[in-house]
Design a protein around this ligand. Sequence first.
Ligand SMILES: Nc1ncnc2c1ncn2[C@@H]1O[C@H](COP(=O)(O)OP(=O)(O)OP(=O)(O)O)[C@@H](O)[C@H]1O
Ligand SMILES: [Mg+2]
Length: 240
Amino acid sequence: MIPATSSTPPLAELRGIGKTYGTGEHAVDALVGADLAIYPGEDMIIEGPSGSGKTTLISILGLLLRATTGSIRIGDREVGQLGERDLPALRAKTFGFVFQGFNLFPALTALENVALAIRMKDGKAKDPEGQARALLERVGLGPRAHHLPADMSGGQKQRVAIARALGGDPPILVGDEPTAALDTKTALSVMELLRGLASEHGRAVVVVTHDPRLERFADRVVRVEDGRIESNLPRLAQAS
Ligand SMILES: Nc1ncnc2c1ncn2[C@@H]1O[C@H](COP(=O)(O)OP(=O)(O)OP(=O)(O)O)[C@@H](O)[C@H]1O
Ligand SMILES: [Mg+2]
């Protein structure tokens, strides 16, 4: 859901972000002057061709990668003013991540995978198992809580990874091609789940994909071409 007025402050804002990998003749300008704001409750898709800069963009947004130029604001904090030591805590508090590979611990059950992530985010978390069970219920996997990843389908594993990303209730869920390893039907149901999550607790969901079939799941489609954000409009405005 897009906020009705522009007076709602963004959860996160990137301004004039540039990223250059390497130096000299090997330098690659992966992003140039990118501006992006993420508002509470919206679900956004970032699309664009391979190599256009999508992963770079969301890695910078998620504080996994430093930009070369530009500034980032998370809530009321300027990230540039934070030391390296403060970044991991702000990242853990603000973002949940879902990737194409599910990255689950194979020897741990679904419940143990999610509970471990909750403990790693907050050593003092109350009843991590109870929280993990509730999150697995939320993603439709209550009955599979005690299964190992090897005994689950790709879609079920991705749901566990989504439950894990929701640990600590971060305001922004970021996905880099979370459906790329899934068949169409499963991919659509995972996108449906992500879309539903965007309307809970004012959470925003930002998903990178190059699958145009998934566009209809978003309020806002951001297109990245050759390191530049080409369009950043609500879907309804684009259609008119
Ligand atoms: N660690 C790196 N070192 C050097 N160049 C890199 C690095 N990571 C990405 N690049 C380059 O930066 C550009 C943008 O890459 P990025 O991974 O952000 O693209 P993408 O849109 O996510 O692509 P894909 O759809 O294939 O995942 C590409 O030209 C890529 O080769
Ligand atoms: Mg990528």
